[in-house]
Design a protein around this ligand. Sequence first.
Ligand code: ADP
Length: 498
Amino acid sequence: MKTQNDSKKTEYRFSLKVKWALGTALGALLIFAGLTFVLFQTFTQDLLAQERQNVNQSLVAVDQRLNDRSTVLTKKQLDAAIQPDDLIHGADKTPSKIYNSSITKGLSASDMIVRVYDLDGKLLFSTGKQSINFTASTKKSVKLVKGGSHKILLGKMPIISTKTDSKIGYLQVENKLTKYYHSFNRLLLISGLVLILVVIASGMLGYILSYFLLRPIDDIHDTLTAISADPTDNRRVPKLHRHDELSDLGAMFNEMLDRTQRYIEQQSQFVEDVSHELRTPVAIIQGHMEMLNRWGKDDPKILSESLDASLKETKRMQDLVQEMLDLSRAEQVEINFRDEKTDVGKVVHQVFNNFQMIHPDFTFVLDDDLKETVIVPIYRDHFEQVLIILCDNAVKYSVKRKEIHLSLSRTLNQVEVGIQDFGEGISQVDMGKVFNRFYRVDKARSRKKGGNGLGLSIAKRLVEGYHGSITLESSVGYGSLFKITLPVVKEDIKSLAD
Ligand code: ADP
């Protein structure tokens, strides 16, 4: 069995657990990737804005240093304006400290190259190796341009003399964005690693979680496989100590299995009982036929006796078949007779009158406590059938005292019908069994009286099918009391309350 289960399980291409794990990992990947992208964008944009500001500051600082001249810039002037001391120490030789520190910062930064050109585009001063060729500019601009392997920031502006208000040279600042790219790459690497970690962790977590959460499905699967291999197997889904949909499913599944197996057992028991019951009449008829066949054909006495006996048995079989049909129908009343209603008093009175008429040797007493019409949700013929079965039994099993009491009473939402006899009674042991199919206390005697042992089981099924109940109180030698309890139809309760 185990190997069969296992082989079935391995047939899945992707088990539910793997799907769950993949789903969780994919979800985590998408969420984290989206989040990282937004953070990444914000962070790098900020960094770039800062670098742009640095370039801008450098442009302004150097421009402030040079634009107080009235003539076109020359190399000599520049050497005087930007002293090496400035580059190294940031010496305070200019009016504003900010400019001084900015220019120092700008010029000394390794990834920032400051270049000054004269009006013809001739290079006058440079702090580093040139990577972008000079182009004349008409106004100040800072742009991202392609420079070698990656983009760089290029700030350009004309130097306009504050004295003559005319162009005296050009200024160009290149920012290689080394720090920016360094941070960018580091961030990319960290994000990538964290992303991989998150995906693996969430996938594993998803798998572990699904393993625990979906364990009942494995149990249900194993139980189902065992049951389909052997429908009588009493294996069940193990009890789950948790309260969720799957534990409910497990419990429901077990209940369904119990019910199905009960049906299967009942079914086979029924077939067994029926064949057992039919065996006797069939054997009797066969015996008589064989006897007739051998020597009875010419003996009118044997012929008549055998035919009588055979006819009696066929009648018994006919009754048996009818009763079995009734029994099987009684099991389906809930489906077929859902909205039937009956006036209890009317039917009880009718059965009471009929029995009085059929059995004049009996004294029938009816104690009717109902003061008004009481309606019960049961099909009229079925209610009558139940009463007839119980009254018939009362008559059948009364020996000396031929008296039968019927009673009718109600509570707010129930009505009770009692059928009491003072006959042979039923022992404590048999009381629990008389409602079973084909059960007879004294088989031979009951047979003689035409009983098949189906009457009480039909009555019980019918009453229970209409949500009522039958109870029995009995004492051997003193008689029996059967009580039918049925619910009262709701409108009837309402009208009573009014
Ligand atoms: P049957 O057709 O044999 O009467 P029932 O199902 O009606 O079958 O009854 C089952 C058995 O219960 C009977 O065989 C009988 O032994 C016992 N029984 C039923 N009703 C009574 C009763 N009122 N008094 C004594 N015994 C009873």
